[in-house]
Design a binder for this molecule. Structure first.
Ligand SMILES: Cc1cc2nc3c(=O)[nH]c(=O)nc-3n(C[C@H](O)[C@H](O)[C@H](O)COP(=O)(O)OP(=O)(O)OC[C@H]3O[C@@H](n4cnc5c(N)ncnc54)[C@H](O)[C@@H]3O)c2cc1C
Length: 501
């Protein structure tokens, strides 16, 4: 059979494209290499506690906000269990040697009031910061669910986040508080464009939510949308080749030797990996070189912790802790200074609202640190031990991380029942990037065009989607899926459908 659309990868980008196109009557087939659908939306159960791999909270889900409207259009709003984080504090920023808690509150008025309470002399700067965020976000048409073109945003692409923060205040503490959630976008000072910061932070200030019992609900709901319209989501189907004949991709071959014919192909796999799948003369060497030269964001080390029953109260907000006054410095650690900070996320469960069952502590880790074990491959379907030295490495790192958490949260370590550590290799093996990159291609304010990847390729029936296109994250990837499907259905048509959903 020849499908209308074959999609490689069932990350959010692939599934969202699948749902949109299935709703338009196209026959859709999603091919996923893993046992579980969803890519970074996968969840894991350890001792009956559900942990997320890559979605701890999302923004923009209140009525009338962008992700809410997009999820309505995709047919999944109302089909997931959500919990709104504390309105007066969804993120708390903490620094070593500073007992204060700097609270990010939901809604711009509350957000401003909360920060002004800590920095009364800085009200004008804080207001200007919020104005700048909203101004920059307004230049991104699809983010605002409207048509428009690339040129609207040209003027806001070329400023970096730290320079912008310095322009609104000379107060170093306030600058660091405002950079306090840079782990959400792997931010680097004097490099990460302000628009990346603005698009991410605006969404959370508008409203912040946890998925109760895990973010895989998004993947499950989207899969149901696809399947209920006759589409297919096939697991254990690793695409090893995209075959091009006479200028178009004709079929995908999977590692079990099966062939999937399609009129159109959408790759949700990292663009450089997509090129590796293709044997064709149609992609120019210069394009391959450009893509291969793009830097990927740093990876992560995170520990999913099963807590002793009824020991730690469930907290309906997140923490970002820094072991020094500079919030950007977490990224620049040495072996001796690691970890220089962390994010702490409570798992929301429908079983217990009073006490936490599980918590995730996450920090950065460079791929190089686990390179000596890179020849190993470990997932639930291909369970192997990477060796005792790897286990010892994970244990030593987890204990260092717990020691840092303990400094600010005394008694934390005593509450641990068991824990499961993930390294850049876990991210690599479950998601399929070469280096376990957290958020894909790094954006640099100095080279906005070089790091901009279009959904189109030189092969007319091969499109790209996913976090490497515009922006990572649940909102960013959903918007990227709209951008990809606009190439097929037309942007004005799609935008009008989204607005009327
Ligand atoms: C640790 C972590 C924490 C995060 N926390 C948050 C958060 O709190 N909030 C938020 O909004 N975002 C968060 N993100 C980011 C967000 O999860 C991602 O940006 C988003 O889910 C990426 O979606 P994607 O469509 O690009 O694809 P991916 O999730 O990268 O999926 C790609 C899919 O393609 C499959 N694949 C790869 N190669 C092949 C092949 N050859 N054949 C078949 N299938 C293949 C993979 O198995 C995978 O399923 C986090 C990410 C990580 C890693």
């Amino acid at each position: 059979m020849q499908y209308d659309v074959v999609i490689i990868g069932s990350g959010l980008g692939g599934l969202a494209c699948g749902a949109i196109l299935a709703r338009e009557g196209k026959s859709v087939c999603v091919l996923e290499k893993n046992k579980q659908i969803g890519g970074a939306l996968q969840t894991f159960v350890r001792q009956r506690v559900i942990f997320d791999s890559g979605v701890h909270y999302v923004g923009g889900l209140d009525e009338g906000q962008n992700l809410n409207q997009l999820f309505k259009f995709l047919g999944i709003m109302g089909k997931m269990k959500l919990r709104k984080l504390d309105e007066d504090c969804f993120d708390a920023i903490l620094f070593k040697d500073d007992p204060k808690i700097y609270r990010y509150a939901q809604g711009y008025d509350r957000f401003i009031a909360s920060l002004v309470a800590e920095f009364p002399e800085e009200e004008e700067g804080i207001r200007r910061y919020c104005d700048q965020i909203r101004e920059v976000c307004s230049k991104f048409p699809l983010y605002n669910l409207r048509s428009g073109d690339y040129f609207e945003k040209v003027n806001v692409l070329e400023i970096d986040t730290q320079t912008l923060l310095e322009s609104i205040t000379t107060n170093k503490k306030l600058q660091n508080v405002l950079a306090g959630t840079s782990l959400l976008y792997a931010g680097e000072p004097y490099k990460t464009p302000f628009y990346v910061h603005a698009l991410v932070i605006n969404s959370y200030i508008e409203s912040s939510w946890r998925f109760v019992d895990g973010g895989s609900q998004i993947a499950i709901a989207l899969t149901r949308e696809i399947v209920s319209r006759g589409g297919k989501c096939i697991k254990h189907a690793k695409v090893v080749k995209l075959v091009e004949e006479n200028g178009t991709v004709t079929h995908a071959l999977t590692d079990d030797g099966k062939r999937y014919d399609g009129k159109l192909f959408i790759s949700n796999v990292h663009p450089t990996k997509t090129l590796e799948l293709l044997e064709t003369d149609m992609i120019k060497k210069a394009f391959r070189t450009r893509l291969n030269s793009l830097e990927n964001s740093i990876s992560t080390f995170f520990v999913n912790i099963v807590l002793k029953k009824n020991t730690l109260p469930y907290l309906n907000h997140n923490y970002y802790y820094f072991d020094e006054s500079d919030a950007w410095s977490v990224l620049n650690y040495t072996d001796e200074t690691w970890p220089k900070g962390y994010a702490l996320y409570y798992a929301a469960t429908s079983k217990n609202e009073k006490y936490a069952d599980g918590v995730t502590v996450m920090t950065y880790m460079r791929y190089d640190e686990v390179k000596q074990w890179q020849h190993t491959f470990n997932t639930v379907t291909n369970e192997i031990s990477r060796g005792e030295d790897y286990e010892a490495f994970k244990k030593e790192r987890a204990e260092r991380l717990f020691k840092l958490v303990e400094q600010r949260f005394p008694g934390f370590t005593d509450a641990i029942e068991s824990y499961y550590a993930a390294t850049p290799l876990s991210v690599r093996d479950y998601i399929g990037t070469d280096d376990g990159s957290l958020y894909g291609v790094v954006k640099d304010y100095k080279e906005p065009m070089r790091t901009f990847i279009s959904p189109r390729t030189k092969i007319p029936n091969l499109l790209l989607t996913g976090q490497n296109l515009n922006l990572h994250g649940i909102l960013g990837v959903t918007v990227s899926a709209i951008s990809t499907c606009s190439e097929i259905l037309g942007k004005d048509y799609l935008v009008s459908k989204i607005r009327n959903a």
